[in-house]
Design a protein around this ligand. Sequence first.
Ligand code: FMN
Length: 324
Amino acid sequence: MLTTRFTELVGCTAPIQQAGMGSLSNPRLAAAVAGAGGLGMISIYGVDPETIADIFEQLPRSVPGAYGANIIPLFVEPDQMRATIEASAAQARIVEFFYSDPDPELIDIVHARGALACWQVGSLEEAVAAEKAGCDLIVAQGIEAGGHVRGRISLLALLGEVLDVVKVPVLAAGGIGSGRALAAVLAAGADGARVGTRFVASEEAEAHPTYVQGLIAANAEDTVYSEAFHVGWEDAPHRTLRSAVEAAGVFQGDIVGEGSSIYTGERYPVERFGSTAAHKGMTGAIEAMSLWAGESVSGVKRVQPAAEIVEELAREAEALLRRW
Ligand SMILES: Cc1cc2nc3c(=O)[nH]c(=O)nc-3n(C[C@H](O)[C@H](O)[C@H](O)COP(=O)(O)O)c2cc1C
């Protein structure tokens, strides 16, 4: 059993957090991760505050893990922010934020409702700001990460800087797709890992099958850090499969396909270089859509149940750490 300050604080049995992944994650995925002892995350954007309790009520409560809510403040209407955070904190053990500067006011709202507050950061400066703002834990994201990337340097270099300075537990994110990588960040002093890409290829996730096949076929060198998929989210570097950037680059036309909202079923056109991930509800040139992938993609060998991914990572890391 890998017990860390993170597992004790959050009430998990595995030091693994599933990344909230927008339209690719769902309550089934969070439940499977928490059922295996990890921290299962629900993405709270595109969700109105009244619906948040309904989503969390679908989750089994007697689990060895815990649940959290992931919020990207950029995508929450300012007049809905307080209600969104309050509704999330009333349901989840932890409420976390990504892609804006750490904000003590938002953290105070989380604490007032009795939840823990977390911020995913990409630099030492941002980590210090998150701790100062009152976060109970921090996620340090390296440039290896899939999806939108706040980190500008590699994960081990960032951990080296952050762990020397920050006192609260730190999770490592970016490129962790194997028990070896999990063992490495735990040995370096992190209290756990946040994992995204591996869970995109889980049975429970909403990723389109063509996207998942692309992940299975890819290795780390098949990913690229760019700003290519900028429509809908500008000035936000990200890591995807290189093949997606190339396919979108040669695609003729402005619309690559059609999608439907996982919550409302409403259909919408998918623009070329659009930033919405290719989920099961999409049709068209899937290969030219944003196919987010971290360097952890080397660890994606097949579609697996999410619980198996948690158990495999934890078991392999524990075996490696026991050698010392
Ligand atoms: C498909 C996908 C969607 C993501 N969406 C979000 C998100 O909505 N919120 C967030 O905080 N991070 C998001 N991330 C980034 C993760 O939090 C995390 O930093 C990253 O997945 C870690 O790298 P890895 O993919 O190599 O495991 C996403 C990552 C992926 C792969």
